[in-house]
Design a protein around this ligand. Structure first.
Ligand code: URP
Ligand code: ZN
Ligand code: ZN
Length: 454
């Protein structure tokens, strides 16, 4: 064996037990008591948790958006991921209109190759679903990209697909075992409110929130769930932020449909109150944070398993861009979170808000399973040795000065995190140890993914 992690409490999505973990050639080769071969490097994890590396299902690196570009690239974004205990990142490859999916994927691979600290893949975002593009989807699934995403919003930004296009995409993803992710908001209602506010000179971040009342997300969510049900097509709703969408997803799940929910730490931790703060513009994201009723409903769904994955929706912009003296529709939408996502939910588990197993499920095992990362998401013999060692007794406060992304502020400033990640390993290599980066840029590999749907 190359490494043995001794005496820790292994926590997976469905069980926790004390054992040693043996690693050889990047793979977990054995799990048992008193492992020792006299040669392996010994890592003592007594009184610590031994967890699967986080799987981040939702990040936007170097994405052109609102006339600028999100400020983490594959290097800085995956560096922050590694410090946050994340060993696999799923980002997005957005189709330029007229471009094939194959070209879209190749361009993104070229951007990421040799640049990342952790393993990676991406979902393909379709913006121009021509017949040729739809016909490419089965091949992209077989090449290891079994997840497609579409936007029901960002009409003016040229990213949106209309209802008929989405229905056709759903039919296709269903037929070839791909999972369709959707950002659900109704763009026409948002644009109507936005125009009304701007005409009255109401331009602050509070009006970003008011231009997107809860029903804007819920109505679009209900529409796409309706189609997915009628086609029995698997559907993943990204960044669910409101109680009504969550209720519709629960209903579909209890009726036996493969409808999955992702939520994000920001919707579990903050409410619309943030849009009254002096730094409200830094919280401009879509969908915006909602009321306490939604926050509570999302927590209930996280606890009872109705939420399958926690995404960060990491899409950071520099403070000068977020704070610019401009009306809300010109402030780039998105916030940071890749470094805090897994730690946040583990911290909440240590505090008692949910079980540790649930935290591992939505932070790692759930997204690994849904998005076909077969060798990830579990501390188990035969899986990649993607492991986080967490000290549950050590607290810290999140601060920008201790963060590893290229963004120059954090909306999580001051959050008291219970538990500290002391080591992140990916395929048996130590990426981060006691706050020191050990990995080489370029260590991360493209993950060939498999269809997870029937
Ligand atoms: O405001 C957000 N969420 N920005 C990132 C893009 C998206 O909609 O996920
Ligand atoms: Zn979105
Ligand atoms: Zn997003």
């Amino acid at each position: 064996m190359d490494t043995i992690i001794k005496n820790g409490l292994i926590v997976n999505a469905h069980e926790s037990f004390k054992a040693d973990v043996g690693i050889k050639n990047g793979i977990i080769c054995c799990i048992g008591r008193d492992l020792n071969d006299g040669k392996a490097r010994i890592v003592d994890a007594a009184d610590k948790y031994v967890l699967p590396g986080g799987v981040e299902p939702h990040a936007h690196f170097s994405v052109p958006f609102f006339g600028t570009v999100s400020c983490d690239d594959y290097t800085s974004g995956t560096r922050a991921a590694a410090f946050g205990g994340v060993t696999t990142v799923l980002d997005f490859a957005t189709q330029e209109k007229g471009r094939s999916l194959d070209e879209t994927a190749k361009a993104r691979i070229a951007m990421a190759q040799d640049k990342t600290y952790v393993d990676y893949s991406f979902h393909l975002i379709i913006t121009d679903p021509s017949d040729d593009v739809l016909a490419e989807i089965p091949r992209m699934v077989s090449l290891g990209f079994p997840s497609i995403k579409v936007y029901m919003v960002y009409k003016k930004e040229g990213l949106m697909v209309d209802d008929a296009q989405m229905y056709r995409i759903l039919k296709k993803t269903k037929s070839c075992g791909a999972l369709l992710s959707v950002h659900t908001e109704n763009p026409d209602i948002i644009d109507m409110f936005t125009d009304e506010f701007l005409a009255k000179g109401l331009t602050s971040a509070w009006y970003h929130y008011l231009s997107r009342p809860d029903f804007v997300a819920a109505e679009a969510g209900k529409r796409v769930i309706h189609w997915a049900r009628s086609l029995k097509a698997p559907l993943y709703i990204v960044h669910v932020s409101d109680w009504e969408t969550m209720a519709e997803i629960r209903k579909a799940q209890s009726d036996g449909y493969p409808i999955y929910a992702e939520t994000c730490p920001q919707y579990l931790n903050f409410t619309d109150d943030v849009y009254k703060r002096p730094d409200a513009q830094r919280f401009i994201c879509s969908p915006p944070m909602k009321g306490e009723d939604s926050r509570r409903a999302l927590w209930a769904a996280v606890r009872d398993g109705s939420v399958s994955a926690l995404g960060s929706d990491h899409c950071p912009f520099m403070a000068a861009e977020k704070d610019a003296d401009k009306p809300f529709p010109l402030i780039p939408n998105g916030m940071m979170g890749i470094e805090t996502r897994y730690s946040y939910i583990l911290s909440e588990a240590i505090k008692g808000s949910l079980s540790l197993n649930r935290a591992v499920d939505i932070g790692s095992a759930g997204p690994a399973k849904l998005f076909g990362c077969r060798n990830k998401g579990s501390v188990e013999v035969g899986k990649d040795a993607d492991i986080v060692i967490l000290n549950p007794d050590k607290k810290y406060r999140v601060s920008q000065s201790e963060s590893h992304s290229d963004v120059d502020h954090t909306v999580w400033e001051g959050y008291e995190n219970y538990g500290t990640i002391e080591m992140t390993l990916c395929r048996g290599e130590v990426l981060v140890e006691n706050g020191i980066l050990k990995a080489e840029k370029g260590f991360g590999k493209l993950v060939r993914r498999y269809s997870s749907t029937p």
